[in-house]
Design a protein around this ligand. Structure first.
Ligand code: ASP
Length: 453
């Protein structure tokens, strides 16, 4: 179904938009996954789900990840050279950093407040939970995290996808290019061209999205049985409630307050990126989709978005912070330990710091949780309790994470005068998929160029 999305406008038969196709694929994946889970047939589980669908899902996530580094590189070069004034860039950096820290701190404070009110985990029976195999991690020192932003070897940074190092190096490169003035014109033109090429590759990968999303969701829901949720239902419900509250209320209030923009429009426009974040459970892999939604649908300039989106995917994790808040209160209740005010303040500080130093990839929230728990003296084996439900919680919190990134990016763009309000107010902006067809005349011309003379 996906390959048909490159329709010419007015080509007769009404086809479903790519977003609608992806939504349908997601719903179908949930239903089929639940059926497979209930049937529990070994052949299906091994060959169809883990085997075939696993392959499609992995290919799709790999394809998204394959885009991230070159896309961030070229769009950020265009962003730096396009912004014109270096001081603006410094201001965008400082303000987005401040806002990212603020949203994360608010998120975890709300999570702790809600979890303390609801009190999940009180009177919990520990028996029968296998706590072996859970190991803790030391929290990296905040100084070490900052020191590591400067790469010793940019090639290694690019090869390993070290996002903060890539951002740092690319900004320095962009600034140097600006300093060389008129001589840089060919380079800037080449970077702009490469940025367009990368966006085209995003379109190609997106055309496969309905299949990829279907495979990922079916696999997750086949593997996640309802029985996993029953023992920790209070945790799951409290966490989901806190995540949704942050998503629909706190973040939207922050958006309205700081930018004056209509939150309903914003929510509609960011939805495709949320769907990808939910399906992949990775803010990093979602960067190409978030970037596209924020620029083409919301109307933020590339100068702001190319910096704020990858920066946010790395340092801003509201949903993950909420999980850590709820999980800490839950485990404190399970073990009957009173953390006290100091304990909770430590949790807030730790969660904010941990989110700066860790990249947005699936499951990293649990690793960060081990740091938080050991800091406040809770047994890290407790994580075994919530391990079973973490995949689904990861999907929801990742959608919250990237929404936080997009909110901050939008606020910065609006307040810096880097926002196209016509795009924001146009419900159809960025909805029509661009053509994946190759123009025959151009093809012949390019083939001519390539032929030896
Ligand atoms: N999967 C999350 C993300 O990529 C991080 C986490 O909470 O595990 O944003």
């Amino acid at each position: 179904m996906a390959a048909t999305t490159a329709q010419a406008p007015g080509s007769g038969g009404k086809r479903l938009s790519l977003t609608t196709q992806i939504m349908i694929a997601m719903a179908a994946g949930v239903v089929l996954g639940a059926i497979f889970n209930a049937l529990d047939i070994a052949f299906i589980n091994t060959h169809v789900v883990a085997g075939f669908l696993g392959m499609i899902g992995t290919m799709f996530v790999n394809a998204l990840k394959m885009l991230v580094v070159p896309l961030v590189f070229f769009s950020l070069i265009c962003g730096v050279t396009g912004i014109g004034d270096i001081r603006i860039l410094g201001r965008v950096g400082a303000r987005s950093f401040g806002l990212y820290l603020m949203t994360t701190a608010i998120a975890i404070a709300i999570a702790i407040a809600i979890a303390t009110l609801v009190g999940p985990g009180k009177g919990f029976e520990m028996a029968g939970i296998d706590t072996s195999g859970v190991t803790g991690r030391e929290a990296p020192s905040v100084w070490a995290v900052f020191a590591a932003i400067v790469p010793t070897n940019p090639v290694a940074a690019f090869a390993n996808g070290e996002m903060l190092q890539i951002i740092f190096y690319t900004i320095i490169l962009g600034v140097a290019v600006l300093m060389l003035g008129a001589r840089s014109k060919p380079f800037v033109a080449a970077a702009e061209y490469m940025n367009e090429v990368m966006m085209k590759i995003v379109s190609i990968v997106m055309a496969a999205a309905p299949f990829g999303v279907f495979a990922l969701i079916t696999k997750t829901f086949t593997e996640q049985g309802i029985e996993l949720f029953v023992p920790v239902l209070a945790y799951v419900l409290t966490l989901t409630g806190a995540l949704l509250l942050h998503l629909f209320v706190t973040l939207m209030l922050i958006l309205k307050l700081f930018s004056g923009l209509d939150p309903f429009t914003f929510m509609r426009k960011i939805r495709p990126a949320q769907v990808f974040a939910f399906s992949t459970a990775s803010s990093n892999a979602t960067i190409p989709v978030t970037l596209r939604a924020v620029t083409e649908r919301i109307g933020a300039s590339n100068s702001v978005a190319s910096f704020c989106v990858p920066f946010g995917a790395t340092i801003n994790m509201d949903g993950t912070a909420i999980m850590q808040g709820v999980a800490t209160v839950f485990l404190a209740n399970v073990y009957g330990i009173d953390l006290g005010l100091m304990g909770y303040l430590t949790v807030i500080a730790m969660a904010v710091l941990a989110s700066i130093g860790t990249a947005g990839v699936p499951g990293v929230g649990l690793v960060m949780l081990t740091m938080v728990l050991s800091q406040v003296g809770l047994p890290i084996e407790g994580i075994a309790l919530i391990l079973g439900v973490d995949r689904l919680m990861d999907m929801i919190r990742t959608a919250v994470n990237i929404t936080g990134d997009a909110v901050v990016t939008t606020i910065i763009a609006k307040t810096e005068g880097q926002m196209d309000m016509d795009v924001y107010n146009d419900p159809n902006a960025g909805v029509a998929e661009d053509s994946l067809e190759i123009d025959e005349a151009a093809e012949a011309e390019l083939a001519g160029l390539a032929r030896p003379h």
